[in-house]
Design a protein around this ligand. Structure first.
Ligand code: FES
Length: 366
């Protein structure tokens, strides 16, 4: 029976803007082979405020300890009482496999976020082209669902590539949206036929010949691309070669930039010379843990916390996901992030521990 006590008006609930939220699974559904959607509500009377295309970080309590995993939301903020992630269990994936085996309605998990600027709200345009492969369709679905609810006349080309017909995620819903949104044109492309479903559409891989067939006016559109790295590299290269204005190209990427080597506390001694300190260590106090630590020159606040046994949750570790956001009570840092923190949060004294290095003695709320 429906629990009517659950129902609240939006103005009776608080918006989702905390870093940490406890979510309750309210639905699990199969989308395609090895692909499931997990739907969550807040256990704290919170409505979900985010931009379509953003992601969250889930803390999965596996037997080997908490595992932080970042997933793009497939739901739309136009339906703010729940959120959903749609995930594919890749061979060897630990986090996603744990979700498949353990997340059933009623189970609670911690979530951090939302974060990310892969959203049409950050890059508005007159016409869009969404190009995706595999589970890279999830941010596109979030944006398309939002457009269907809030701006259904928008001109959108939607190209999705999959290995086989039955692996096209959200195909039925996309076809339904195609019949309702006058400006939506769908293009599916598969690599192999299958005995499970007939196929009369495009076959092969997206390339400079097929793209104009799927979206003849692609040069006039803002293009959003998401999929495996080789797929995104191929799309990017094809667009650059075609003379596309890359200012209008946006791709989702969770890949970390090259990792900067952390200097050792002492430089190697010159030939025959004595060991010399590189730079004095900077004191860092973690107030909630009541721990006083020393940050070696070049180390981040997150590395210092780990070295001294203080737990700060982290996922991407390159300033994108926002999971390691902590409050700086005193001192100054040099922070080089990739969009995981907003200007007003910085003004309020927050930093991302994974990409902040102290430039004076620090006190951190952790
Ligand atoms: S761990 Fe992702 S921003 Fe720091």
């Amino acid at each position: 029976m429906t629990d009517l006590g659950l129902y609240r008006h939006l103005d009776q609930m608080a918006p989702w803007n905390d870093r940490l939220q406890v979510l309750e699974v309210i639905g699990v559904s199969d989308e395609a082979p090895d692909v499931k959607t997990f739907t969550f509500r807040s256990d704290n009377q919170t409505w979900f405020r985010y931009q379509p295309g953003q992601f969250v970080t889930l803390e999965l309590p596996t037997a080997d300890g908490p595992l932080m995993r970042t997933y793009t939301l497939s739901s739309s903020p136009s339906r703010p009482f729940s959120i959903a992630v749609t995930v594919k269990a890749q061979a060897g994936s630990i986090g996603t496999r744990w979700m498949f085996d353990n997340l059933v309605p009623g189970v609670h998990v911690k979530a951090y976020g939302p974060a990310g600027d892969f959203s049409l709200h950050s890059h508005p345009a007159a016409k869009y082209l969404f190009i995706s492969a595999g589970s890279g369709v999830t941010p596109m679905m979030s944006m398309l669902r939002w457009l269907n609810d809030c701006a259904p006349w928008t001109d959108v080309g939607f190209v999705n590539c999959a290995r086989r017909p039955e692996e096209i995620i959200f195909r039925k819903e996309l076809e339904l949206l195609g019949s309702r949104m006058p400006g939506l044109s769908l293009g599916f492309m598969i690599e192999e036929r299958s005995s499970r479903e007939g196929w009369f559409g495009h076959m092969g891989r997206i390339d400079a010949i097929r793209l104009p067939l799927l979206a003849p006016d692609f040069r006039e559109r803002a293009i959003f691309c998401c999929g495996p790295d080789p797929f995104m590299r191929a799309v990017r290269g094809m667009l650059e070669a075609s003379g596309f204005d890359m200012e209008n190209y946006h791709q989702e990427s969770f890949a970390a930039p090259a990792v900067e080597e952390i200097p050792a506390p002492f430089a190697s001694p010159p030939e025959g010379g004595a060991t010399v300190p590189v730079e004095a260590a900077t004191p860092v106090r973690f107030s909630l843990s009541d721990v006083d630590a020393e940050c070696v020159a070049g180390q981040t606040v997150l590395q210092t916390a780990r070295a001294s046994g203080v737990r700060i949750p982290a996922a991407c570790e390159f300033g994108l996901c926002g999971t390691c956001k902590v409050k700086k009570i005193a001192g100054e840092v040099e922070m080089s992030h990739n969009g995981g923190i907003l200007d007003h949060e910085i003004e309020d004294g927050f930093i991302l521990a994974c990409c902040s290095k102290p430039i004076s003695a620090l006190e951190i709320e952790a």
